[in-house]
Design a protein. Structure first.
Length: 173
């Protein structure tokens, strides 16, 4: 009996390998239909899937994003009390940005992909002021937390990976 079970198990493994070793792209691009049946044997759902990559180009919002923005509110955490900012600017150019953080001038690079944004290589001047702690948090949020944005004619929202608003900006005139 044990020998028969062992033989059946080996036959099952071999048949799985044989079925999986066939040409992988034989169904590529052709629709495949899966059918599920309920307990009475009736077909409940049909699912059609295609075994190929879907290639799409995301729309670029770079033109809407470029220009000068006043950063007016900073959210350090989702449920924390928002902090009002004054005289904090962000000027978005072709692939770089400049501006004024709470104390010092700043700049760096950014990359866009659809509505994703990544700020990097952020630098700032080193002038002393009473808001250095706020500035350190500001720059850390820009570089490590902001990963997405939404933009309209007059408003820019910089968001984290969970779509929580990190910075609220209004366009400068």
């Amino acid at each position: 009996m044990k020998r028969l079970l062992s033989l059946a198990a080996i036959a099952t493994v071999v048949s799985v390998f044989i079925s999986c070793s066939g040409e992988k792209n034989s169904m590529a691009g052709r629709p495949q239909v899966l059918r599920a049946t309920d307990q009475s044997g009736l077909v409940k759902d049909n699912v059609t899937f295609y075994d190929e990559e879907i290639k799409a180009k995301q729309r670029s919002y770079k033109k809407e994003l470029m220009g000068q923005w006043n950063i007016v509110i900073m959210h350090r955490q989702q449920r924390a009390i928002p902090e009002d900012l004054s005289n904090v600017t962000l000027i978005i150019n072709d692939s770089t940005f400049t501006g004024k953080a709470p104390c010092n001038n700043m700049g760096g690079h950014y990359m866009l992909k659809g509505t994703s944004i990544k700020f990097s290589d952020i630098y700032s001047t080193k002038m002393a002021c009473s808001n250095l702690e706020q500035e350190a948090a500001f720059i850390k949020l820009m570089e490590e937390t902001v990963s997405a944005y939404s933009v309209s004619d007059s408003k820019l929202l910089l968001r984290d990976g969970s779509s929580n608003i990190v910075f609220e900006c209004v366009r400068s005139n």
